[in-house]
Every structure is written in structure tokens, then in C-alpha cells.
Write a protein that binds this ligand. Structure first.
Ligand code: 13P
Ligand code: SF4
Length: 353
């Protein structure tokens, strides 16, 4: 990265000292991650943001929903900054509050809303988390989805779960970790009237999966897994649970970005790995572990374009603006949404484990 920008970022951070705390998600670029005070998966970053009450400014190098969650979990006097406001998440955009409210109305009409516990993946907007908080549900991340679903199913006799917005995380967790069958799951398509489901299907389902997905993880294919195994029988396949069910079924290990990192750190020298997650992280792991063979589980490059929007020029601009006394790109969730979203997030933070 540009040495002049590196020097400016360093100087601005030094000038701000303890007043600023920089969080970096594992999918961030190397040029940005070098300035993170902590790195983590979305669960760890939510906890870390809440654990820094002395920092006046939280600069979030990640995507919009993560910065919103940090704002919800930090004190009112702390200001959260997202260096580029265009760093969103296409999956989070697939569930809008009005659409979720329509789905809830349909569940009410089918006579099942009383037994439905909503669970939303962290990758959702603050107003979806607020909806979930208002309806006695919980947030989850890829590192605690099973625990969150266990909690949800224990809330009511004959409970059903409405799982937002990632159908793959929901299905993979329910079927592979919790013993549900594929027939227990139905998919609610927000673009079709009634979600494309009959009232009977809503009554019979245990898991109602929102039709959302990650465009980055959706690219990994079962064919490539089969090809790699045919070429290298020793290869171990390690994937994120946002991958499709077909890919996850063929994997050796499945887990969050933090799990992926710990797995590679603990792996035997000489072991072979193909990793199905965002490319910045896979490249960093390959560079940090030259004693292991680490490859990317796709034929093409596959960055998360919105994570990549946070680059060094944006980080420098955000930090230097803070030094100059100007808070740019502040992420501020409105108080009513925040109140309910915090309840749903706090339930997640209080889960066992
Ligand atoms: P982790 O929760 O594993 O960090 O993954 C979140 C993710 O996909 C970020 O988009
Ligand atoms: Fe969203 Fe997928 Fe990018 Fe994660 S990797 S921020 S889920 S688009």
C-alpha cells in the first residue's frame, strides 16, 4: 500500500490515542487490517465494541450492519464511524422491514404467528433486529447459530423459527447440526405473494427460511469440491456456513471466519486445505502459513466487493477528519429501533458458551 497513506494513517491514529478504537472484520483488505486494534468475526467484534467504553470514536472497518450493531451496543456518547457509507451487505439488503412485516401478517393469517420465534442473522439491518426484539426473538452469528436456534425452539411448545435473512445458514444449521430434515424447512420468497407458500405449508414447517443469500459464498460449487478431491485426496475442505447446502454437505469442517482461522492455526504442517470464504481472508491465511498448502475453493477470484470498499484512502480520511474535530460517516441508529434491537442482540450475547 501507498507509504504516504500508511504514514498518514499511523500519524492520525497516534494523534487520537485512546480516543479512537479501530475494529477490523477478517474480510478487510491487508492495507486496512494493519490499523485495526482488534480483528474478529462479527460476533467477536460486537463484543469487543461493547467492551471499550473509554473510546470516544469507534471506527468500524467492516460493513454497515456491523457498524449499526456497534452503535447499538456502545454507550450513547460513543460515536461509530464507517469509513465508506457504501460498504453495505447485499444479503442484509434482501430483507426489508416492510417485507418482514408482510410475512408476519401472513403467519398471523395462517394462525401460526403465536408459535413463531424470529431469529435473525447478524447480517441484517438494525430495523430487522428491532423487529426481532419486539417479537421476542434473538440475533445470531455464524459462530452461535445452533445455540440461538436451541434457545428459540425452547421458547414455546411446538415452536417454529422464522430465520432471516440467510436461507443457507438457517438450513445448514437446522439440518446438519440439529437433526431437522430438509422437509422441515420451507423458503419464504419475499418477492411472491404469500411468500410463495400455502397456509398449510406454513403450518407444517418447523423452519421458515427467508430467501436471502450471500452472493460471495453462493459462488462456491459442489463441482469444484468434487474436482479438488479427485485431484488431491488429502485436501481438507473448510467452509463458511453461508455456502449452499450442497457445498457444506461435502465439506470436512464448517464454521465462522474466526473458526476458520483457528482451524488453520491448529492444522498440521504439510496439511492441504481448500477454503470457501472471502478471498482477503484466504490470501492472508495462505501468507501466514507457508508450511501448509492453502488454496481458494473457487476457480475465480471472489472478494466481497462491499467489504473491499473500505480501503486505505477512506480510512485515512475518516481518521484525519476525527483529528480535525469532524465526525464523518457517523452511523447512528434511531433510539426506538435501538431499544428493541439491543434486546435481541443482548439475548445473543447472553446465550451460553
Ligand atoms: P463471520 O460472522 O463469520 O465473521 O461472517 C460474517 C460475514 O459473512 C461477514 O459478512
Ligand atoms: Fe454480506 Fe456476503 Fe459480503 Fe458478508 S461476504 S458482507 S454476507 S455480501
Amino acid at each position: 500500500s501507498d507509504p504516504a497513506l500508511v504514514a498518514r494513517a499511523r500519524a492520525a491514529k497516534e494523534a487520537l490515542g485512546e480516543r479512537v478504537f479501530v475494529l477490523g472484520h477478517h474480510y478487510q483488505r491487508d492495507e486496512v487490517i494493519q490499523f485495526a486494534d482488534v480483528t474478529g468475526d462479527s460476533f467477536k467484534l460486537a463484543r469487543d465494541a461493547a467492551a471499550r467504553p473509554e473510546a470516544e470514536f469507534i471506527v468500524f472497518c467492516g460493513v454497515h450492519f456491523m457498524a449499526e450493531s456497534a452503535d447499538i451496543l456502545t454507550a450513547d456518547h460513543q460515536q461509530v464511524v464507517l469509513p465508506d457509507l457504501a460498504a453495505g451487505c447485499s444479503m442484509a439488503d434482501m430483507a426489508r422491514l416492510a417485507q418482514v412485516e408482510d410475512a408476519w401478517d401472513a403467519l398471523t393469517a395462517a394462525g401460526v404467528a403465536d408459535s413463531v420465534v424470529p431469529v435473525t442473522y447478524m447480517n441484517s439491518s438494525a430495523d430487522i433486529k428491532g423487529f426481532v426484539g419486539r417479537h421476542d426473538g434473538v440475533v445470531c452469528t455464524s459462530s452461535n447459530a445452533e445455540t440461538a436456534l436451541d434457545w428459540a425452539f425452547a421458547q414455546k411448545p411446538d415452536a417454529k423459527v422464522l430465520f432471516l435473512p440467510d436461507q443457507h445458514l438457517g438450513r445448514n444449521t437446522a439440518v446438519l447440526e440439529m437433526g431437522f430434515s430438509l422437509d422441515d424447512c420451507v423458503v419464504w420468497n419475499p418477492l411472491l405473494p404469500g411468500g410463495g407458500l400455502t397456509e398449510q405449508q406454513l403450518r407444517d414447517a418447523r423452519m421458515i427460511l427467508w430467501r436471502g443469500h450471500c452472493s460471495v459464498h453462493g459462488r462456491f460449487s459442489a463441482d469444484v469440491v468434487d474436482e479438488l478431491r479427485a485431484k488431491d485426496p488429502d485436501v481438507q475442505i473448510l467452509v463458511h456456513p453461508e455456502c449452499t447446502h450442497d457445498v457444506v454437505l461435502r465439506a470436512d469442517l464448517i464454521g465462522s471466519t474466526e473458526f476458520i482461522i483457528k482451524t488453520i492455526e491448529a492444522a498440521e504442517p504439510g496439511s492441504h486445505w481448500a477454503i470457501g470464504t472471502e478471498l482477503n481472508l484466504v490470501k492472508r491465511l495462505a501468507a501466514a502459513h507457508p508450511d501448509k498448502t492453502i488454496s481458494f475453493l473457487d476457480r475465480n477470484v471472489c472478494y466481497c466487493s462491499t467489504m473491499n470498499r473500505i480501503d486505505l484512502p477512506h480510512l485515512v480520511w475518516a481518521l484525519e477528519s476525527l483529528v480535525a474535530g469532524q465526525v464523518v460517516n457517523r452511523i447512528e441508529v434511531d433510539p426506538e429501533t435501538e431499544r428493541w434491537a439491543r434486546i435481541a442482540l443482548q439475548r445473543m450475547l447472553d446465550l451460553p458458551g
